[in-house]
Ligand binder design. Structure first.
Ligand code: BES
Ligand code: MN
Length: 459
């Protein structure tokens, strides 16, 4: 007799192509949350997910917000069983610059064991992996675990409409554990659990100079060029040691302990990895910290985009009337995005010259989170990953952000366990995003093991 576990694993093996086709269908929907012109696609994607979950026997509902809706689904069999809430996001980052894609971002293509397309790795692939694991179990022997789904449409823009939903639907969203597969693996064949995420504080800074663009010969020499003023302000945001200069920025930051330093020093994501991955001559960053610390445990400040003046073909002699930068900070535990905003305002008040006027608009913001890896569900996940890969699970502190993890902790009182089957070279948020399919199929097996492990946990 095959065990229920093996029956589900068998089903997953036999249906790999069907799962892949399902993922391709979802990737074809250009659900870019930040772009107003994709609002209809966001609805199409959310309904696509609802239909999939309904076909698996879930009761579904669309939770409307001021922004993009969330998909909720539920299959509660017995309150005495464990309840796992599976988190996902169906939104993706913009695909631009389009000319750098080898195949169109929303026309998924398999090349060399990878599926290429925007969202293939971050995180439509992970959502479909969860659905495939659940399908494999429900279509074979079933499971004595209550399952809920929450799939949001605004993760990639910092989940601005999320907290009122968590407040309002507290009871509906109750669970014993949240499974979040929006993180990734530290390397191929290295099952990974993420135990820390950085937070984010994102701003648009505009600098205004003369009331209109000016001839750079007629006016050059008597006016402070706003593009230059913006560059000067930005240049002052780091010191020569690569530290962020905003007043008080590091005050709440918890130092890296000796023990964690040793752990992080063993990360395969070392200097060499980053040099190769990014194709640069030399790394850059805060002095005195190794790459794994600079990414996992230290806060940073990045310029995401710059715009001013003439950027077309050829030359045009002009002094622009304004300049703009998109600036974000990755935060670590204990840093508060609102406080960081105040620090940035203070910096600008102190350093902005009288020759220009500035305006700061806050965009995404979310605190960092640290997770408990000794929860029974976390151990159940580690064991599941080990069963699927036949290797020990490694623990990682991630540099990226997932705002809902913090909000679920504080509003719902729910702990998340974080993993996922993306690889460090998946080019997430960049052209030619891909998903490694052999890893993905093993990930589906791991999720099957996880759900059976949860069934075996005493409540
Ligand atoms: N999946 C990522 C976060 C992530 C990246 C986790 C790499 C683990 C490894 C997520 O979709 C993401 O990109 N989040 C945004 C959130 C932000 C807009 C608040 C991010 O980190 O930029
Ligand atoms: Mn992302």
């Amino acid at each position: 007799m095959t065990s229920p576990r093996n029956a589900a694993l068998e089903y997953a093996k036999e249906n790999q192509e069907k799962f892949l086709n399902s993922l391709k269908d979802l990737v074809r929907i250009p659900s870019v949350s930040t772009a107003p012109e994709h609002k209809a696609d966001m609805l199409i994607a959310s309904h696509w997910l609802m239909e999939r979950l309904e076909s698996l026997g879930f009761d579904t509902r669309l939770i409307e917000t001021e922004g993009h809706p969330l998909v909720f689904a539920e299959r509660t069999i017995d309150p005495a069983f464990q309840t796992v809430l599976i988190y996902g996001h169906y939104d993706v980052q913009p695909a631009e610059p389009l000319d750098l894609w080898l195949s169109p971002p929303f026309d998924p293509e398999v090349r060399d064991d990878s599926l290429f397309g925007r969202g293939a790795s971050d995180m439509k692939g992970q959502v479909i992996a969860c659905m495939s694991a659940v399908e494999s179990i429900l279509k074979t022997t079933g499971l004595n675990v209550n399952l809920k789904w929450l799939i949001e449409g605004e993760e990639e823009i910092g989940s601005p409409s999320l907290t009122p939903v968590l407040e309002e639907y507290k009871e509906l969203l109750e669970s014993d554990i949240v499974l979040n597969t929006d993180s990734g693996m530290i390397a191929r064949n290295t099952p990974t659990i993420t135990y820390g995420l950085r937070g984010l504080a994102y701003f648009e800074l505009r600098v205004f100079g003369p009331q209109s663009d000016l001839h750079s010969g007629i006016f050059g020499g008597v006016v402070h060029n706003p593009a230059q003023a913006l560059c000067e302000l930005i240049a002052g945001m780091h010191d020569e040691k690569g530290r962020v200069t905003l007043p008080g920025y590091y005050d709440p930051v918890i130092p890296v302990s000796e023990k964690e330093h040793k752990q992080l020093a063993e990360s395969p994501l070392d200097e060499d990895f980053y040099l190769k991955q990014m194709g640069v001559n030399e790394l850059w960053g805060e002095e005195g910290y190794i790459p794994a610390e600079r990414i996992g445990a230290r806060p940073t400040l990045e310029i995401n985009g710059l715009y001013s003046g003439f950027t077309g073909q050829g030359s045009k002699t002009v002094i622009p009337s304004w300049a703009m930068a998109k600036i974000s900070m990755r935060l670590v535990p204990n840093q508060d995005p609102a406080e960081v905003q105040q620090q940035l305002v203070k910096y600008l008040q102190t350093h902005a010259p009288n020759t220009i006027r500035w305006e700061l608009t806050p965009m995404a913001g979310a605190p960092a989170s640290l997770l408990n890896t000794s929860l029974p569900a976390s151990e159940a996940l580690a064991d599941a990953l080990e069963k699927a890969w036949g290797k020990k699970t490694v623990y990682k502190r991630e540099g990226g952000s997932i705002p809902i993890v913090y909000h679920m902790q504080t509003i719902l009182g729910s702990d998340s366990i974080l993993s996922g089957f993306g690889l460090p070279d998946d080019s997430v948020h960049a052209p030619n995003e891909k998903l490694d399919l052999p890893t993905w199929y093993t990930g589906i097996e791991a999720l099957i093991h996880f759900l059976f492990n949860m069934q075996d946990l005493e409540k």
